[in-house]
Design a protein around this ligand. Structure first.
Ligand SMILES: [Zn+2]
Length: 186
């Protein structure tokens, strides 16, 4: 459901276009342009068939359409190219890299576990921190923490065996002491 971006750099402000021309320049179906006129407010010269459109109005319209496409993904979601839709990050974790043109964020799709990217504005940093859990990139891709868990588990086991061994020794010691204690009144 990704919205395509239309190139408007080969349209001329002072030109008048008919629908066939627009269709071939923008590589869209002529029905799409009819829908733009009918539903999305693309201005025609006199609102009469055959429709003619000023380049100026067309360029303005295309820019607006492109902006709509950009704002489609909600703030708390990233666009997943595998799911072809906006998805929340796995465990709400994102990693942020600062770039000259913005904050490049990476996350894992909660649905299909694909990698997702999104560029936020630099001033969105505080909002990002409030919305997501910001983690290190390495931690992001390390979804399975089994290695850490095993380590901790081993550690606990070692401690347990040490302490039970200690108890045993103590018990033996006590027993030995009892056995070797000479009778006081003998
Ligand atoms: Zn996905």
């Amino acid at each position: 459901m990704g919205k395509r971006l239309y190139r408007h750099d080969n349209l001329k402000y002072w030109w008048v276009y008919d629908l066939e021309e627009i269709a071939s320049i923008l590589k869209v179906h002529i029905q799409t342009i009819r829908a733009w006129i009918k539903d999305d407010g693309l201005k025609t010269i006199d609102n009469k068939q055959p429709f003619l459109i000023y380049g100026l109005h067309l360029i303005e319209f295309i820019k607006k359409q492109n902006d709509k496409g950009k704002c489609k993904t909600p703030f708390d979601k990233l666009y997943c190219f595998s799911c072809k839709d906006a998805r929340p990050p796995l465990k709400n974790n994102i990693a942020i890299e600062q770039r000259p043109n913005g904050l490049c964020t990476k996350a894992i799709c909660r649905t299909c576990k694909s990698k997702m990217n999104k560029t936020y504005k630099l001033e969105d940093f505080q909002k990002l921190k409030r919305t997501f859990t910001v983690v290190d990139v390495s931690k992001l891709y390390d979804c399975d923490h089994s290695t850490d868990m095993t380590h901790i588990h081993d550690h606990i086991k070692t401690n347990q065996s040490e302490s039970s061994q200690g108890d045993l020794i103590q018990w033996l010691h006590q027993t030995t002491n009892q056995n070797t204690t000479p009778p006081t009144n003998g």
